[in-house]
Design a protein. Structure first.
Lengths: 305, 530
């Protein structure tokens, strides 16, 4: 017993001494990593400072360590943009319903295509993959949306982009990597395909589901171009388009008189940075909650025998 | 099994192709549009019936705005504004037109090279002809001020309403020029009376800016906003500009200006300037807004830009915001730069920009209403309203003179009321307001006007705008225009990378040779028209 205690103490001591042992190389690595950290974080920090200082301060010192003359004017101007809150509302609707819609289509298609054999699988796969490379183009898409009666409706921002082929292939590959015995054991117990998908496959696919959900959420959050074409009512513009329009710098002097008092002529470096944070912060708040699903384990033992 | 797979693949392929061809069949819609005529409305000319108008342009409308309410009531209209985004303007316009969703009035960035597509739209009945201007005298007066307006007609009919800029009341000279720090020039002992510099003197000034740092913040000598890159090289030979077509007649035949030996000299000049450190070394990777900010912040000694009155005044306000002690009148001047031949140089510009297009499906009554609105807004009362606000609230008339009632901000500047009912923008750009703007000091107006007025034919080489060339219609001309963007991209590349005059010349000459097969197609087309 005493010998075992001695051995474990020796092991602990040596592991502790191993951990505390430093070399000059560690110092170099530490410095490099710190520099890398500063290089990556400083632009972000500086952008925030630009958003909270006056224009004069920014013009004098575009790269700052700390703000001297704090003003929240940029945020004030943006929050007073009449359509900003409408933009948030529309974007949240599009993200919520859009992601549900995307995930439903993606999981069902990915699961179906992950099954080994069914008639027409090869042709179907090829047809789906072709859409990764070729699209109808802007005007045919516009005509389609118009014919479907979706013009100027929020559903025009949700329905057309039902599925991202690349994400679906990722999910399909993940489903293919799951043991076939899971499905077999479920079938033996009398489960149907949809039951297997929703009750067995999806619960153990949390990592891929959460990853693809985040990808879709980001895509929906950042999307603005569809609204440029299909939405004419400014109250239905998504957040990114509202911010983009607010900051669209019009350099040409032809518009000097027309936009004299418009926000568009407010020389907007501070506004740009404020808009950046307004669009970034909500998504950054969500990310930590989703991140843990990437890290957690996968399979709970469901295979018997 | 292999044969079966092939048959299935062939079937799918044919099905896809059929779908594509079916989607291309729009001719029936187009021809039926061309055959339809707008109904003659007995109410044309009166405003008893309330009309709903969809207007898509870069200005702003707000149905709650007080000026909007006044004008909407006056014209008995309800405006459904369609916002255009500056960055996606062309895509939006083209998509709406192609998709049959064109608003009643659409602002379109019309340029001479787009006349062919305008003609196609007109032929297909997509656009409505602008009626005779006899009924709209103010619009006629605007039209008469635009020499190029006749060239915008399609088969003798006007379908696009060009918008007069209005910012230069004297001549058709572009306001492209160099603003510089006159106070720094004094500091380094190179101030010139009336801001007149020869090119050698100006380069010497830039060198002193660089070496002596009169700004105290690491003075950057000179820069040009992206669209005007190469401007200063025209002090050598007036050969390279983006905004006038790069073709000219030489010995009775059209030649491509970038291929001329003088253009090579200009390229060498730019490269030498850059290597001497007289150009801000990061200019090519800096956006225009930042460049202007640097000038305003007192970091840049001289900047080429489109220095209109409005632009100069905005710079004045920004510079004073950064340095409240700055005496702008003494600090900033517009350089009268003289080239090798002792003359200034500039280009003639189009005194209009962008145009309103009108939906071909629109009723005559709507068209008449729109014309009436534009006409009234360009009369005395409408102009006063657009420029100064609502009578009784923002100004009052006393004995025929106007008294402004605008509020003042903390700097003591009068604040123009910001209304969102820019009906006048449908007809013109309102540049003439700059001459009337009470917030623009006289010395700012004079700074601009003196520069413009001094560019007489005796004192300046003015590159004329050859309208026959500008509006030349040819397949290759429409396709390639004058390769301006490619030319300036290449010149920029050589400016920053060439190791010396021989290297610059060699690279540029090789590039010109590579371009000639395509350029020759346009030249052949032009020369065959002679």
């Amino acid at each position: 017993m005493a010998k075992q205690d001695m051995e474990s103490k020796t092991k602990r001591r040596s592991s502790v001494s191993y951990m505390t042992k430093r070399s000059p190389l560690d110092a170099v690595i530490f410095v490099i990593i710190t520099l890398g950290f500063i290089i990556m974080v400083y632009p972000f920090y500086n952008s925030f400072l630009i958003s909270i200082v006056s224009k004069a301060q920014y013009l004098k010192t575009p790269f700052m360590l700390y703000p001297k003359d704090v003003t929240w004017q940029s945020y004030e101007i943006l929050f007073r943009t009449p359509t900003l809150w409408d933009g948030y509302k529309v974007t949240l609707i599009v993200v919520f319903f859009g992601v549900l819609y995307n995930m439903f289509l993606t999981t069902t298609l990915a699961y179906g295509l992950s099954r080994k054999r069914f008639p027409g699988k090869g042709i179907l796969m090829n047809l789906i993959i072709v859409t990764m490379y070729f699209g109808g183009g802007m005007i045919p898409s516009y005509l389609l949306i118009k014919k479907l009666g979706l013009m100027n409706r929020i559903s025009a921002l949700i329905l057309p982009t039902g599925l991202n082929t690349f994400y679906m292939l990722i999910m399909r590959n993940y489903f293919q990597s799951l043991p076939a015995s899971l499905e077999e054991s479920a079938k033996i117990d009398g489960a149907r395909d949809l039951t297997i998908l929703f009750r067995i496959i999806l619960p153990i696919s949390a990592p891929v589901i959460s990853t693809i959900t985040l990808f879709y959420a980001l895509d929906r959050w950042n999307d603005w171009f569809g609204a440029v074409l299909y939405i004419k009512d400014v109250k239905k513009y998504p957040l990114q388009l509202v911010l983009r329009n607010a900051l669209s710098i019009v350099i040409t002097p032809e518009m000097d008189h027309v936009l004299k008092n418009s926000i568009k002529n407010k020389s907007p470096m501070g506004l740009k940075m404020a808009a950046l944070f307004l669009s970034m912060i909500p998504i950054m708040c969500v990310y930590p909650f989703v991140q843990k699903y990437f890290v957690n384990g996968i399979m709970v033992g469901a295979i018997k025998g | 099994m292999g044969k079966k797979k092939r048959l299935i693949s062939l079937f799918c392929l044919l099905a896809m192709l059929s779908a594509v061809f079916m989607g291309c069949n729009g001719s029936k819609d187009a021809s039926s549009r061309a055959n339809e005529k707008g109904k003659q409305n007995e109410n044309t000319g009166n405003m008893d019936k309330k009309l709903k108008l969809t207007i898509a342009d870069l200005s702003e409308y707000d149905v709650e705005d007080p000026m909007y309410k006044i004008l909407a009531k006056k014209f008995n209209v309800e405006v459904d504004p369609v916002e255009i985004s500056w960055d996606t303007w062309e895509q939006q316009a083209n998509t709406w037109i192609a998709g049959g969703d064109m608003p009643d009035a659409l602002d379109y960035e019309l340029k001479p090279e787009k006349m062919e597509i305008l003609g196609e739209w007109a032929d297909q009945g997509i656009l409505k002809e602008i009626p005779s201007l006899d009924k709209y005298p103010n619009m006629k007066a605007l039209y008469d001020q635009i020499p190029e307006a006749e060239h915008l007609k399609v088969n003798g009919k006007l379908y696009a309403w060009p918008k007069l800029r209005g910012d230069n009341p004297y001549n058709s000279i572009d306001s492209k020029s160099i603003a510089y720090r006159r106070d720094w020039a004094e500091k380094v002992g190179m101030a010139k009376e009336n801001d007149e510099y020869t090119i050698d003197e100006f380069l010497e000034l830039l060198k002193k800016f660089k070496d002596e740092d009169p700004g105290g913040q690491g003075t950057l000598p000179y820069s040009e906003v992206s669209y005007f890159f190469g401007y200063i090289a025209n002090s050598q030979y007036d050969k390279l500009t983006k905004d006038v077509l790069n073709y000219e007649k030489k010995d009775g035949k059209f030649v491509w200006i970038p291929a001329q030996p003088e253009a090579v000299e200009n390229v060498k000049f730019l490269n030498q300037m850059y290597r001497d450190g007289l150009f801000w070394k990061d200019f090519y990777s800096t956006d225009d807004g930042t460049m202007i900010d640097y000038f305003n912040a007192g970091k840049l000694g001289a900047l080429t830009n489109n220095w209109t009155i409005g632009r100069i005044n905005d710079t004045r306000k920004s510079m004073i915001e950064v340095d409240p002690n700055l005496d702008f009148e003494k600090a900033v001047g517009i350089v009268k730069l003289k080239g090798k031949d002792g003359k200034m140089f500039n280009t003639e510009y189009a005194n209009w920009w962008s145009a309103m297009l009108f939906n071909g499906q629109m009723e005559d009554a709507k068209m008449d209403r729109l014309m009436s609105i534009i006409d009234w807004m360009h009369g005395e009362e409408g102009t006063r309203m657009d420029f100064f606000g609502i009578e009784g609230k923002d100004y009052k008339m006393q004995d025929g003179k106007m008294q402004l009632l605008w509020e003042k901000n903390e700097n003591g500047d009068l604040v123009k009321p910001a209304y969102k009912a820019q009906f006048r923008y449908m007809g013109s750009l309102g540049g003439e307001f700059n001459m009337e703007d009470p917030n623009v000091p006289e010395y700012v107006k004079n700074l601009y006007l003196n520069h413009i007025k001094d560019q007489t034919p005796e004192a300046a080489n003015i590159r004329k705008r050859d309208l026959d060339l500008v509006y030349f219609k040819g397949k290759n001309m429409t396709k390639y225009v004058d390769f301006a963007q490619e030319t300036f991209d290449e010149i920029l590349q050589i400016t920053i990378s060439a190791k010396g005059p021989e290297d610059a010349e060699s690279k540029y000459t090789k590039w010109v040779e590579s371009m000639m097969p395509r350029v020759q197609k346009v030249l052949d087309e032009l020369n065959s028209s002679l």
